[in-house]
Design a protein around this ligand. Structure first.
Ligand code: ZN
Ligand code: ZN
Ligand code: ZN
Ligand code: ZN
Ligand code: ZN
Length: 355
């Protein structure tokens, strides 16, 4: 169906003439019928050593003569001018949007392109991409909050040893968990004093979450774990930078408003459960059985009221590591079992057989 090497719109074709196809074992007659193109079995014979005076390496192949069509990616087609093309523009959200321009401009006229699937609608509804938008703003001379943009991509925290403010990739994972909980953290350079990696690789394609406080879309690392684990977090979560602007907190126990230094350092990451030092000290001296309603975090050693803070495996929401919900290991028989329970529930210690 080619004419001047151009693609003709061929949804329903028409066989103009009938031909007898002969092969060794099979004969077919083409019936002149619109849209029907019979493909018959064929045998081809050739010699591998065809250049010799007396060739002996005879090859015979019988097959249906079908070959895969010529298909390339948009990147592979870059720079080519094609006589005709069929393009698929149905990109997913990870594909660069310039992909469409590359694929669509490989032909000379609109007659030469057949669009298999058009661009998806969401592509035109998601707004301008961050990079070009910032470039345009800079060129227009608009004021850009660079500090917040940098914080949104790579949040930073001071190192407790060298006192230098460094971005997240200069801290080990466990140390950054402390930094995002507003606890003192040590950078990789100070940990590896005698040489070693001072930076770690962070995944680049991470989902951004909107901070309710500043309205910026920030990476997950910019939020304290407690903020992400609170109920209805999408409507309430604040990034660590926003939380640090607070100068006083209300104690959830004595209901007094006190300056920040009267609280445990991590208290500002979960203000709804904050308990002042004097309220904590009153509990600290007591034996475990006498401090009902309070739990001591195994990670940061803070005392928090269990009524307002969700304890996971005896750790506060900041210190608890991410783990699969509903998966437990029995303390007695060491067997693993899974049991779905609400997040608020205390982790089960013994499997159903050992209880
Ligand atoms: Zn340091
Ligand atoms: Zn914020
Ligand atoms: Zn108090
Ligand atoms: Zn903790
Ligand atoms: Zn068991």
């Amino acid at each position: 169906m080619q004419k001047d090497n151009r693609l003709i719109r061929v949804t329903v074709g028409e066989v103009v003439g009938g031909t007898h196809v002969h092969s060794q074992t099979f004969t077919a007659v083409l019936v002149p019928e619109p849209g029907l193109y019979p493909v018959t079995r064929q045998t081809k014979v050739w010699f591998l050593d065809g250049g010799r005076p007396k060739p002996v390496l005879r090859i015979s192949r019988t097959q249906i003569p079908l070959v895969p069509a010529y298909a390339i990616t948009a990147h592979g087609s870059q720079g080519k001018t094609l006589p005709a093309a069929m393009a698929d523009f149905n990109v997913d959200r990870w594909t660069d949007i310039t992909f469409g321009t590359v694929a669509g401009s490989r032909v000379r006229s609109r007659e030469d392109i057949l669009i298999l699937r058009p661009f998806p609608l969401w592509l035109f509804q998601r707004g301008a991409p961050e990079g070009p938008e910032l470039l345009l703003k800079t060129l227009r001379g608009e004021k850009i909050d660079w500090v917040n943009y940098r914080e949104a991509r790579a949040p930073s925290a001071p190192c407790q040893q060298c006192k230098v403010v460094k971005p997240v990739d200069y801290f080990a994972d466990a140390q950054w968990d402390k930094a995002r909980a507003n606890l003192p953290a040590t950078c990789l350079t100070c940990i590896h004093k005698d040489g070693g990696a001072c930076k770690r690789k962070m995944p680049s394609n991470v989902e951004r979450l909107r901070c309710i406080g500043c309205g910026f879309e920030k990476v997950e690392h910019a939020f304290p774990r407690a903020q992400l684990r609170q109920p209805r977090a999408e409507e309430r979560r604040n990034c660590i930078a926003c939380l640090k602007n607070v100068s006083e907190l209300t104690c959830s126990q004595c209901a007094e408003v006190k300056p920040l230094k009267e609280f445990h350092l991590s208290a500002l990451t979960l203000p709804w459960a904050a308990a002042c030092q004097s309220c904590q000290d009153a509990v600290r001296g007591k034996a475990r059985r006498l401090r009902a309603g309070w739990e001591k975090c195994r990670g940061c050693a803070a005392f928090l009221p269990t009524s307002s803070a969700v304890y996971i495996n005896q750790r506060c929401p900041n210190c608890a590591a991410d783990r699969k919900w509903g998966k437990h290991t029995c303390l007695r028989c060491k067997r693993k079992w899974s049991e779905n329970s609400a997040e608020e529930q205390i982790r089960k210690r013994f499997c159903p057989n050992c209880r």
